[in-house]
Write a protein that binds this ligand. Structure first.
Ligand SMILES: [Zn+2]
Length: 287
């Protein structure tokens, strides 16, 4: 499932559309991605509008349009399990799993999703995201904010809290494992035993690094290898071998810090990898 860095990469791939007028909208009408918003509504409202802003929050994307008929018009995309955005020439023919194409005079902006767990919604209020929680890299994600969040649920397992999109928006399975590993904390550690300052520092490091290694570097690559960004290929560059990321699913994968074999189990409903030497349950000596 795309996590915050892949979502940010997707946002940047559609960013060249800002300032463009939408000349046509092509939708695959039978796809499930339109379950919350009929394709006919998009085809009626979007042509003639101008894209004026793009935003990413956690695993969601928001595209804001100026319209002659609507006070406010936003298109929200959720990439689901396998959704991808890409940019193609204006005469691009829809690929098999392209469900939604925005045409402008110079480009086609495509939304591709072969599993169709993603979705599209239209919003007509001023700021549909006004009530969303702060993201890890936002100024509002302060030490006081995080301390209060941990105090409310001290017994919840670290991995479960990291996967909670109302607490750590955009953090998914691999980023949660990476944060636990950098904290030297077992994923089952009750969060009340953690130092909020350490958790904030590790989560900021991982979110910042994920943006740099996944969004920044792949976006730079997209400008030189546009063919690499066709549907089915997307993230080519990943975090370096000094991160847990590259070792967590390898058969016999070992900890990049101590070189001991990684452990795996289902924690908080997700397959989890950790180092049994480096990551202990805080407060339980010897475990
Ligand atoms: Zn280790």
């Amino acid at each position: 499932m795309p996590e915050l860095a892949e979502v940010e990469l997707a946002r940047r791939l559609w960013e060249p559309a800002v300032g463009d007028t939408i000349t046509a909208v092509d939708c695959h009408p039978k796809t499930r991605v339109f379950r919350d918003c009929p394709a006919a509504t998009l085809r009626k409202l979007l042509p003639g509008t101008q894209l004026i802003a793009t935003r990413a929050h956690g695993k969601r994307l928001l595209f804001t349009f100026s319209s002659a008929t609507e006070h406010f018009l936003h298109l929200e995309l959720h990439l689901g399990m396998a959704g991808r955005l890409y940019t193609a020439p204006p005469d691009h023919l829809a690929e098999k799993h392209d469900h939604f194409l925005l045409r402008t005079p110079n480009h086609t902006f495509a939304y591709n999703d072969y599993r169709q767990f993603g979705g599209v919604k239209l919003h007509r209020e001023a700021d549909p995201w006004a009530a969303l929680p702060p993201q890890v890299l936002d100024r509002k994600f302060s030490l006081a904010y995080l301390t209060a969040l941990l105090d409310r649920r001290p017994r919840v397992a670290l991995k479960a809290l990291l996967l909670d999109q109302s607490a750590f928006p955009g953090v998914g399975n691999w980023m949660a494992d990476e944060i636990c590993w950098r904290l030297n904390a077992h994923p089952s550690t009750p969060v009340g035993r953690l130092d909020p300052a350490d958790l904030r520092k590790s989560s900021q490091f991982v979110c910042r690094g994920a943006i740099r290694h996944v969004a920044d570097k792949n976006f730079a690559l997209s400008s030189t290898r546009t063919e690499a960004f066709a549907p089915g290929s997307y993230v080519h560059l990943v975090p370096p071998p000094s991160w847990l990321f590259q070792h967590r699913w390898k058969p016999g994968g070992s900890c990049p810090r101590c070189n001991k074999s990684l452990a795996r189990a289902t924690i908080a409903g997700r397959t989890t990898a950790w180092c049994p030497i480096c990551q202990t349950i805080h407060g339980n000596s010897g475990t």
